[in-house]
Design a binder for this molecule. Sequence first.
Ligand SMILES: *Cc1c(COP(=O)(O)O)cnc(C)c1O
Length: 220
Amino acid sequence: MSTTENLKYIQSQLPAQVKLVAVSKTKSNDQIMEAYQSGQRLFGENKVQELIGKWQELPKDIEWHFIGHLQSNKVRQIVPFISLIHGIDSFKLLSAINKEAEKCDRIVKVLFEFHIATEESKFGLSLIEAEEILSMPEMQAMKNVTIAGVMGMATFTDNETIIRSEFERLATIYMFLKERYFSQSSQFCEISMGMSDDFSFAVSAGSTIVRIGSKIFGIR
Ligand SMILES: *Cc1c(COP(=O)(O)O)cnc(C)c1O
């Protein structure tokens, strides 16, 4: 199936309020433009250099999400244009983003990444670590970042029960933080979870943003 057909199919599977990030990492500008021509405006990348190149060359009404592991020393390059940074996993990274965003007079939206999978290799915070960050006095002083919700990745497995319970756990973490720290913030509203092979489970668990690559653009 073509990129356009894949996009149509996935959109037909998603409730209207769930946003679709087309994950275009490793894919060419031509492939991205095919999705763009069929109306897609939201794309996700996980490498800073690759993202910069695509941002420079492609239409400026594309909304770019950074979905990878971001190093503090690369923050400066993407802060001027990024719409949402999904993978905040340290106070250091958050304050680097705040500092750079202040310089370019922007308020940058970010998501706290949680470690919900059983695999060791996946990045992300524990709930305790997130609460430590949120309780820091310096947090109140950060005027140029908005914490817009949470993000996570399920274990890479065929076991539906495991995947569902991990997504449900992320949704529970979201609701806990919402009540405890963000009850006054309408901006804390996103749960980014679900990829090509597990997005339907993520949607049933309450996902508001799915990040889909291979089911749109083909395998990498
Ligand atoms: C690559 C990637 C995706 C998309 O994965 P697919 O299985 O191709 O849909 C989603 N989220 C993150 C963080 C990724 O790195």
